[in-house]
Design a protein around this ligand. Sequence first.
Ligand code: HEM
Length: 425
Amino acid sequence: MIAPLDPADPAFARDPYPYYAHLRGQGPAVRVPLANGTHAWLVTGYEATRAVLADPRFSNVPPQGAGRPKGDSRDSPAQRARACLARHMLNTDAPDHTRLRRLTTAAFAPRRVDALRARIEELTAGLLREMELRLRRDGSVDLVDAFAFPLPVLVIGEVLGVPEADRADLRAWTYRVGSPADALEPGAVDEAWTGLHAYFTELIARKRRAPGSDLFSALTQDALPRDPAESGGGLDDGELLAMAFLLLFAGYETTMNLLASASLLLLTHPGELAAAHRDPARWPAVVEETLRHASPLEGTTWRHTTEEVDIGDGVVIPAGASVLAVLAAANRDPRHFPDPDAFRPGRYLAGAGDTRTAPHAAFGHGPHFCLGSRLARLEATIALPRLLAAFPGLRLTADPAQLPYRPGLLVRGPRRVPVTTAPLP
Ligand code: HEM
């Protein structure tokens, strides 16, 4: 008997792992009743997750349902903006996806990503200075608000080549679009969508006229008018717009959760924090273990079966089913991660790690494997050591077991990580 799943339940959002462990025991995929009265297939084992993500019978193209904005003149400006985002590459299958992926992979070449190192260091230092001022003034800050949220947004600003003067707008729109509507004034979320849409449209035109050295300019330079019959060609206007939205949302929410969860884990595991301070070679292992233990993308985007699929162990998923590969659950599968619920960065230490531990699946698997994994790792390995070394005696001011988490099955991370520090000199 499977209990109905309510992704909005605060207790589930905080600790979904016992529920997932129960599902994992039932088979490679389980049809779960959702609190809204519908059903979905959840995949929670490591092997089954990787198999689903590499199998073209699980399509990324969302079914055309009623209520979806069409992206035409009958929609409001905010609906049109949301419809643009819906065209992104995560919502496509081969051959469309293959073409988009080929063009974007070139823009995200390792040398381009690595060239961001100095800017990420500067941005980190700037935010730490602001945080110090706030700590002096207020005595405590929320690490999410002061650091984990703004840093990834500023870094995406670099990726998109958003001029410094426009960064405050980007930050404010992103904050509103990512916040629950009831926390804001009515209309603020729609206004933010419309603002982002207009801004990105103008940005694309500007980059086409005068490309910069940013990653996004590399995408616009390829943007030639495309003959739909051709499989080659560059990104068209709509695809570029969708790409800008995707980079913002895929890049900031995930990295924000990684930074917030890693800080929280280290503040609650002082031995691991001290070990990383003593031996900086441990930081990449801290990042990998956080990605596994507190996977920032709890589930992938939804997949839809194009035909009936026999997934093994006598489980058959019918055609047309909605399927979620739960990365957070796959990364706690005891068949691949000894003592899976423990936070033990040592298992990923280069050369000395636990060889029974599998590579985690936090960046997905198969054709849609995260395009920004190198950037996310770079950002986290720069930001975390600096953040945690900057303030003496940094400590939580709330019970970690009671912190609120973001609801839903897609992203996972604490909403707030309130901290204080020893008196600053
Ligand atoms: C796709 C995780 C950061 C850009 C994905 C997927 C995962 C993932 C699991 C595959 C989703 C699926 O199969 O449905 C993460 C995590 C991050 C992170 C955990 C940080 C900790 C970033 C950053 C960027 C980025 C910084 C870019 C700036 C993308 C893009 C895709 C993607 C463009 C779509 C790839 C495709 O459809 O081929 N990410 N991501 N991600 N990610 Fe990330």
